[in-house]
Ligand binder design. Structure first.
Ligand SMILES: *Cc1c(COP(=O)(O)O)cnc(C)c1O
Length: 464
């Protein structure tokens, strides 16, 4: 299903209604069932409409059992209250809601400090709807800076083949050639030397990922910058780096303080993160930051003044909710550095512990161990012939666990993995239940004559 289309069968049954859902009289008011794909002619009572929508959603999965997504599925009730209080606030209307704008500014300043901007007071940044929008903005800044240095040629962007789909979108939408570094052997992400070799005068930048959605590994950002320093010394090409820290930029600062991946590296021009991943906020918030105003061409910034003030904005959307930004500020205030460290450490402990115990089952080989992002990927061992990772994913789904299985990109298309994403809220107790379910499936899986999942796409679900 590429995009939502109209109904497959035009005469599809209308929404079924239960007479008991009527406002006061079970046989009044519910004479006409609302159509599914056409605006109903008449209104419904709010209680009835609510109950119908509520019932439709009942079969959505249980988000806490979803080990496929990186996105936050639990927040404190206080965050929920604040978000409800702010649901009428439009983030773009910075003049009408100056305090919301101020909280956004404070979040940017906190992130600039956390990511070691040389001068946090001059680093520039903004909230977005997520990392995808943040990556579009960062990519646009890279492209504009390149176009000022160059007059001809087709721009290109160098990155590992393991980049998240948002970078394919960026290249497609903004007509930039993607130059992808393939995986090789046991290297499942970018190689710094290979990245430098792909650069030329039309390279707008190199993207480094902290960490990879395929297996949770951190790309070697410092080595990448060193390889590009060396390239500059040899050729004069000065290629900026953007760090896609969708997940890791909210993990590494707390758990891997000695890892140098951020604005401490002079070549890092910009960084993005998803507030709604390990930033611990419900979906739709991301952040994009630039080292200094020099990295964000001024002409890309619009000045919005018709709503009453003169505010700079850099965004793809115009209107969008303010509640998520408020929730991000709440979470920063609520947890502080030590709180974030404690939460991320316990998530990492769950990931590492579970990875070890999956390995101890004997049938599986771990690609990663949950010690970078709290994420690990595993595949079946060389002796396992009766079943494959797609069977594992499909069978776990019967127990309610959503765990994607997928094939790796070039040059490791021969390799298929299952990936487990641990998040805050996936406790050691839940991990125990998961392991019990996985181990109790093994005898049946081992008895299969051969791998049985024909529709591999359907078995795997979503993994970006
Ligand atoms: C999730 C992710 C994205 C996209 O982020 P959204 O916040 O979902 O838009 C981009 N890059 C990486 C590495 C990711 O993990």
């Amino acid at each position: 299903m590429p995009l939502h289309q109209g109904p497959e069968k035009p005469d599809e049954r209308p929404v079924s209604v239960n007479p008991f859902y009527g406002e006061t009289n079970p046989v009044g008011g519910m004479t006409e069932a609302p159509p599914k794909h056409r605006l109903p002619d008449t209104p419904l009572a709010p209680t009835t409409a609510y109950q119908i929508v509520h019932d439709e959603l009942m079969l959505d999965g249980n988000s806490r059992l979803n080990l496929a997504t990186f996105v936050t599925t639990w927040m404190e009730p206080q965050a929920g209250i604040l978000m409800a209080e702010c649901r009428d606030k439009n983030m773009i209307d910075k003049d009408e809601y100056p305090r919301t704008a101020e909280l956004e500014r404070r979040c940017v300043a906190m992130l600039a400090d956390l990511w070691h901007a040389p001068d946090p007071s001059t680093a520039v940044g903004c909230s977005t709807t997520g990392s995808s929008e943040a990556c579009m903005l960062a990519g646009m800044a890279l492209k504009r800076r390149w176009s000022k240095r160059n007059t001809g040629g087709r721009p290109n962007l160098v990155m590992g083949v393991n980049v998240q789909v948002c970078w394919d979108k960026f290249c497609n939408f903004w007509e930039v050639e993607p130059r992808l570094i393939p995986m090789e052997g046991d290297r499942f992400h970018l190689d710094p030397q290979a990245a430098a070799e792909l650069c030329d005068e039309n390279t707008i930048g190199v993207v480094g990922i902290l960490g990879s959605t395929f297996d949770g590994s951190y790309e070697p950002i410092a080595d990448l910058c060193a390889a590009l320093d060396d390239l500059q010394a040899r050729t004069g090409l000065d290629i900026p780096v953007h760090v896609d820290g969708a997940s890791g930029a909210m993990v590494a600062p707390f758990l891997d303080e000695d890892l140098v991946w951020d604005f401490r590296l002079p070549r890092v021009a910009s960084i993005n993160t998803s507030g709604h991943k390990y930033g611990l906020v419900y979906p739709g918030v991301g952040w994009a930051l630039w080292r200094s105003p020099a990295e964000l061409p001024e002409e890309l910034v619009f000045r919005v003044n018709y709503l009453g003030g003169d505010m700079p904005t850099f965004a793809l959307n115009f209107s969008r909710p303010g509640a998520q930004v408020v929730a991000q500020y709440y979470t920063f205030l609520r947890l502080g550095r030590e709180g974030y460290r404690a939460v991320q450490q316990s998530t990492r402990d769950v990931a590492r512990g579970l990875a070890e115990r999956v390995a101890a089952l004997g049938d599986f080989r771990l690609l990663t161990h949950g010690d970078q992002l709290p994420v690990f990927a595993f595949t079946t061992g060389p002796d396992v012939k009766a079943y494959d990772v797609f069977d594992v994913s499909r069978r776990l789904r019967e127990r309610g666990w959503l765990v994607p299985a997928y094939t790796f990109p070039p040059n490791r298309e021969d390799l298929s993995v299952v990936r487990v994403v641990c998040r805050n809220g996936f406790s050691a107790d839940l991990a125990e239940l998961f392991l019990d379910d996985l181990s109790s499936l093994l005898p049946e899986l081992r008895r299969q004559p051969h791998p049985l999942t024909h529709d591999k796409e359907a078995a795997t679900g979503f993994h970006h």
